[in-house]
Ligand binder design. Sequence first.
Ligand code: M6R
Length: 612
Amino acid sequence: MCGIVGYIGTKKAVPVLINGLLSLEYRGYDSAGLAVLNNDNSLKIVKDMGRVKKLQDNSELESLTGSIGIAHTRWATRGMPSKINSHPHTDNNNTFTVVHNGIIENYDELKSFIEKKGYALHSETDTELIPNLIHYFYNKNTKKGVLFAVTEALKKLEGSYALEITSPLLKDEIIVVKKDSPVVIGVGKNENYIASDIPAILSYTKDFYFMEDYEIAEVKKDSITFYNYDLNIIEKEIKNIEWDAIASEKNGYDDYMLKEIYEQPTAIRETIGTSFNKEGNINLPLNSLDVNKYNKIYIVACGTAMHAGIATKYIFEKFTQIPCEVDMASEFRYRNPLINEKTLCIFISQSGETADTIAALKLAKKSGSTTLSIVNVIGSSITRISDFVLYTHAGPEIAVASTKAYTCQVTLLTILALFISEKLGLSNTADFEKLKNDLNQLPDKIKYILDNCDKVKNIANQIYQDKNMFFIGRINDYAVAMEGSLKVKEITYIHSEAYAAGELKHGPIALIEDGVSVIGIITNPSISSKTLSNLDEVVTRGANIILISNQDIDINSSNINEESIVKIPDCSSLISPVLSVIPLQLLAYHIAKCKKLDVDKPRNLAKSVTVE
Ligand code: M6R
């Protein structure tokens, strides 16, 4: 999704802006641009399609010497990727220059409004409306000043936006606005920074203001003033972020994704460590959560985060005895779900900024349900809206394909289910104790898988030219199949499908022919023979089987070649997704490397999906 960076201070703005854009590359984009207010008060814009590197090499940047600048990476929504559609955009008189993350939904109405007022739009973007609207309102009532014109323009906008506004009229400030799209302000000494995401400016400061919806900031080099849309001043608190800037760099790994895969033992250890006290008892910051009042649990999220929900649904049902449903946020928000004050709605999000998840969360709040969110990014939008928040301690996840966030989410959801179970007085069972013990062993077992994963690389070498793949499993092995299949789709561009193993013969088996790879996941001893039979059914139709399992598979009777079996350490089948997903993450990674693809920035994808 689009990325925003801004700088105001005493240094040259361009290097800071370019660094920030480079750090935001993982969000996904197709064009990049920036605008700098030079010391002679002239505003210069450089922008184009393509990578930030191309912008960085553009010789026109040499004439941008000022210390006030705004920058943007664009992920096309309205209007194709092109130079003219790239940000920044200015009004017809080149007075106001804007970068925008989000979507203006009443584009048609505003386009005809502004055209009737004599303005012409040159790009296909919705963003270009904004500087023109500001100009119109400024011209109409110049005496009231720029900030007033901005608020008048904002009142006309429907949709989502994080905006940076600069102008020769604003000699020593940048105006920042937020509604439904993320933006943070980093506080420095005699300089301040703006970004849509913390990592973009983490190497400059650890002190941040998190802007809320309907807030405006007047950012000068030595002060930041916040207003609401009525231009009343708002007091806000600076938050200190402990993330290490180095932790969000590659640290010797070829790619962020690989680094993040290898960080999983530490990330899970941290997530567990912060959820238990010294005596080994679960200790979550949920004192006022009245667990007795719920007759339904909903887990709502998107993509990988939703898969974490599916993988743990069974744990919630088994240990809390409360029915649990998992839903995609994009569906939940529009399907009038049956939720009320007796529903506990759990939202999962790595970024805490996913537009659909935020909308689903707002809907749940409106219905009177309790909202509890599991989020990785501290201070993100979801954490500020939810009744309760639990943090995964995965650290910054930069690669578009989520890995360590997923395993931390599964771990924390499991701890949450056990916490509720304990509070309900249902924890006095051997299964409860076993799961608690197994949780603590996860970091070492993941490390074992990572230290012994050569087989996965060999398998990737053999199948990377495949055109189709199937991932199958039952119960939570099926949840992992979905996640493995998503990883393959995202970064290898191979078409892959995940199926509940028992469903294959109800249709998809028609697609099995010689050489099609079918990846089976088997971690539950009580049903392993069932999935094995399903694998035998596809072997006889020519499929190439790869098996991820913690069971001792009898190779002779199952027709599966030893080299294609990836053995993972044993653990309770309930928590096995945290282990069985690791070889699948690596498989997708190595296939993408064999195909020489950019694993961290797959085509068409964005890290934070901040539009609907
Ligand atoms: O930041 P979120 O966890 O809310 O993001 C949700 C999905 O967009 C995300 O998990 C996506 O599916 C990943 N690219 C998967 O690797």
